[in-house]
Ligand binder design. Structure first.
Ligand SMILES: [Mg+2]
Length: 144
């Protein structure tokens, strides 16, 4: 893991607000190509797509949409709880958030099977985010 990402993670666990101070350095390293997209450590089990298809065909589209909504609300609740409780129990809460992210990811993968690939939309949104970040960075640099 690049040093800046570890420092960002450490700073966030210590005090989330303090991690913001590291953003200009992170942006700089991303621009220089020294920090890329973090590799996904998820070991996709062989047959994952078949399992997801099986879930959709077994429970039906409407049920899986309901579960997706339920899992998204659980993630929302976990994030809100993490923010409310804050320091002191961050590791325990982070684990809960990660579990809910996994639940949501599994349901989103099923939604992609049902509704179709989202790659084009993701690329468009990432491109737009990159543009917005450039604007934010430019304004930050003008004010500092
Ligand atoms: Mg859940």
């Amino acid at each position: 893991m690049p040093d800046i990402l570890q420092r960002l993670r450490d700073a966030y666990e210590e005090n989330p607000a303090s991690a913001l101070k590291l953003l200009p350095e992170l942006f700089q390293k991303i621009d220089e190509g020294r920090v890329g997209k973090p590799p996904c450590k998820c070991k996709h089990a062989k047959g994952r797509k078949e399992i997801l298809l099986n879930a959709i065909s077994t429970y039906g589209q409407m049920m899986q949409e309901d579960v997706c909504i339920e899992e998204m609300s659980e993630l929302t609740k976990a994030i809100i709880k993490c923010r409310r409780i804050g320091a002191g129990r961050i590791k325990e809460n982070n684990e809960n958030v990660r579990e809910e992210i996994a639940d949501v990811q599994i349901m989103l993968d099923q939604m992609r099977i049902i509704y179709g690939d989202t790659t084009d939309w993701e690329n468009l949104k990432i491109k737009r985010l990159k543009s917005r970040l450039s604007t934010v960075r430019r304004k930050y640099n003008e004010n500092n």
